[in-house]
Design a protein around this ligand. Structure first.
Ligand SMILES: C[S@@+](CC[C@H](N)C(=O)[O-])C[C@H]1O[C@@H](n2cnc3c(N)ncnc32)[C@H](O)[C@@H]1O
Length: 312
């Protein structure tokens, strides 16, 4: 039995848009439980090749087991995707996938510390070789920093009150478990009706901060794009609006038929050029009603697909 159970989201849509073929090369930059990776290897049999990586060591072990039937056709590495350009030849992959966020085993194992429903240490590291944990942040971050983490990153409207409550609580006794933090948030933000758990946004902000996820994506998008061959595609699945905005801005900047010096787009300063990127789907692709019913964790998933233009 495989104890690493993750249901891949938008699986058919990813395979449809990457259209894997024999002899071609692919990169799965967030291999997780290897559901997408196995589908890419199956569809590109018998000679398609897959590079695959993940920040989570447990995912790499699970992927190695799941992909064993495809031995000789893939290479796995335990690394973050912002480094892939130091591993993979430029413009050598026909399809690249990044399916962001957490795998189900990360959320479902209390010892990983991602869940406000299961009591465990406040850990939240995607890569356990990293030293900074959520408990370190909750213990050491100044109140202003906690407000930014809960509010700007997590989108929590009561960030200020929660940060102050964390500060007064940690002066009394260490806050070291997910249960302690979830109960503290619930005290300030009592649960009403069937809305999301009141600690959802605080936990999201903390997790994004501990793993530096937005900066990872900022550095990762150009690194992933550099691996895509002309005519090849980059598919990105995001789970919240800050990530999706980064992906959209990245794509839009390359899809334009001009460049502009500096950060501002000033029409008089535009220089014409041929775009480097074509959006395959203008709008993000969402899970079908059937997928949403079968896998509620897919509800916030959005897939965007970009194609690298041939040099003109
Ligand atoms: C939603 S899961 C991927 C599931 C996978 N597509 C499947 O079919 O099983 C997301 C994975 O992305 C990994 N991850 C998140 N950010 C990463 C990064 N910057 N570099 C590499 N892996 C990352 C997480 O560790 C997690 O395993």
């Amino acid at each position: 039995m495989n104890p690493f159970l993750h249901q891949s989201v938008l699986l058919n849509e990813v395979v449809h848009h990457l259209a894997p073929k024999p002899e071609k090369r692919y990169l799965d930059a967030t291999v997780g439980g290897a559901g997408h990776a196995a589908a890419i290897l199956e569809a590109s049999a018998p000679t398609g090749w897959l590079f695959a990586c993940d920040r989570d060591g447990a995912a790499i072990d699970a992927a190695a087991r799941r992909l064993a039937p495809f031995a000789g056709r893939f290479e796995l590495r335990h690394m973050a995707f912002d480094q892939v350009d130091q591993w993979i030849e430029p413009e050598s992959c026909d399809g690249v996938l990044a399916d962001l966020g957490l795998s189900s085993p990360m959320v479902d194992r209390p010892e990983r510390g991602f869940s406000f429903l299961l009591d465990g240490p406040l850990d939240m590291r995607m890569d356990c070789r990293q030293t900074l944990t959520a408990a370190d942040v909750i213990r050491d971050a100044p109140v202003g920093e906690l407000i930014r983490i809960f509010g700007r990153l997590g989108g929590e409207p009561r960030a200020r009150a929660i940060a102050r409550a964390v500060d007064s609580e940690r002066r009394r006794a260490p806050l070291e478990t997910t249960g302690q933090l979830a109960r503290l948030v619930e005290r300030i933000h009592p649960r009403r009706g069937s809305r999301a758990h009141p600690a959802t946004r605080v936990f999201l902000g903390l997790r994004l901060h501990v793993n530096d996820e937005l900066a990872q994506l900022d550095r990762g998008l150009p690194a992933l794009w550099s691996c895509v061959a002309p005519g090849g595609r980059l598919a990105i699945i995001t789970f919240h609006s800050l990530e999706d905005r980064q992906v959209k801005q990245f794509g839009n900047a390359r899809a334009r038929s001009y460049t502009c010096p500096g950060a501002l787009d000033i029409p008089e300063l535009r220089q014409p050029r041929s775009p480097d990127l074509r959006w395959v789907s203008r709008r993000p692709i969402r899970p079908s009603p059937e997928e949403l019913a079968a896998n509620p964790r897919s509800r916030s998933a959005q897939l965007r697909v970009m194609e690298k233009c041939h040099a003109s």
